[in-house]
Design a protein around this ligand. Structure first.
Ligand SMILES: C=C(O[C@@H]1C=C(C(=O)O)C=C[C@H]1O)C(=O)O
Length: 375
């Protein structure tokens, strides 16, 4: 399939108000689309299904599934010119009211007080910023995201009964190929500054270490041969984060228990998990819905040839079927609703947080989506 046909197929599907997802993995040129053939809302039962998952932050609510057998799957090796200018000076807070600012400051102060009282060690607090948009052309926005963020997982997800979401996330929740398991610990944020080397403060180093320790400690039960590398500095849009890579071999192929162990991690919720989640649900004055949830391919079977150069290979003798799942955390995302872009942003709060700096961090994070909206 050629690039133009792929995007026309997506557009036709969208215009018919049928559910679909279109996405591209980090550092990959293949854009894939899964076009569900009917309007039915299907949910994940036990993660043994096969298809594309879109899960909310609060796992008490259903994760939506586009099953492969009820969908048409298409893909294309795509090329994008980065026609969007490299504008890093967008005024993301031009639409932000004083009220939003004060509310977020109060929320962060309340979080810091709870940490100092010993309720929890870290909590990730967030907000949503609404921006009126003149035109709703999600496919064009998706194409802009694809060209500007080649190292992110970029997606456009739509269900007429649920909503329309777009994002360019830097964070992997998990990658499972057979029994090989990979994840990452991503936290700590700095604005990209061309003139200076990124020096990390104690606050950022600690908040990222909390995430790494949590993941490693909790995966002991389900993984053998755990290996951790990093933390290293990684760039996501105009921001820098600290990232450690964690890998191992799964003791069993039961994905559901791995997801329950990992999600939500302290990168997007806090530590201890239950107390931080409780605080978020009771104190953030809006519903995160799918922001800080996860999305991606579930139990996709691929045939891997071990030696593609060999001729006369007996059927299947040198190829094996692998089952892979690859989920990303839904960050740097927005929902398009009633001619508004709702941009979701948050940051990790620890005992060392400065509320004003935490506000600025959320403003900087809005720019990932702003950049494609204001062009
Ligand atoms: C919560 C977000 O990002 C998360 C929080 C980070 C932080 O607190 O520094 C960094 C990366 C993500 O794990 C977001 O982008 O909205």
């Amino acid at each position: 399939m050629i690039q133009k046909e792929l995007f026309t197929a997506i557009e036709t599907h969208y215009n018919s108000q049928l559910p679909f997802v279109a996405y591209r993995k980090p550092n990959n040129s293949f854009v894939k689309a899964i076009l569900q053939k009917d309007h039915t809302v299907r949910t994940v039962n036990d993660f043994t299904e096969s298809g594309f998952v879109f899960s909310p932050f609060d796992s008490k609510n259903d994760a939506i599934l586009f099953p492969l057998e009820q969908s048409i799957s298409i893909n294309c090796d795509c090329v994008f010119s980065s026609e969007i200018s490299n504008n890093t000076n967008l005024k993301s807070n031009s639409e932000t009211s004083q009220n939003t600012y004060e509310q977020h400051l109060e929320l962060v102060q309340k979080g810091i007080r709870a940490i100092r009282n010993g309720t929890f060690e870290k909590v990730v607090l967030s907000r949503v910023e609404g921006l009126p948009i003149s035109e709703e052309n999600p496919i064009q926005l998706f194409q802009s995201l694809l060209s500007v963020y080649p190292t992110a997982f970029v997606y456009l997800w739509y269900h007429p009964d649920i909503g329309l979401w777009l994002g360019a996330t830097p964070e992997t929740l998990l990658n499972i190929e057979g029994l090989r398991f990979k994840t990452m610990s991503l936290a700590g944020t700095k604005k990209h500054n061309d003139t200076s080397e990124t020096a990390w403060g104690t606050k950022e180093i600690n908040e990222q270490q909390i995430v790494t320790d949590y993941i490693v400690n909790n995966l002991q039960g389900v993984l053998n041969n755990i290996n951790v590398t990093g933390p290293n500095t990684v760039k996501a849009g105009q921001l820098f984060h600290l990232q450690s890579k964690i890998s191992g071999i799964l003791k069993s192929g039961i994905l559901k228990s791995v997801i329950e162990t990992l999600h939500p991690t302290p990168a997007i919720c806090g530590l201890p998990k239950a107390e931080a989640k409780n605080f978020i649900l009771n104190n953030e004055k809006y519903n995160r819905e799918f922001y800080t949830g996860f999305l991606g391919e579930l139990n996709i079977k691929t045939s891997k040839s071990r030696n593609t150069n060999r001729r006369n290979v007996e059927n299947n003798a040198y190829s094996s079927i692998k089952t892979t799942s690859e989920f990303f955390v839904n960050l740097r995302c927005m929902q398009i609703k009633n001619k508004h872009a709702l941009i979701y942003v948050g940051g990790g709060i620890t005992k060392d947080s400065d509320p004003q700096l935490e506000w600025e961090e959320t403003v900087n994070k809005t720019q990932t989506m702003m950049r494609v909206l204001l062009n």
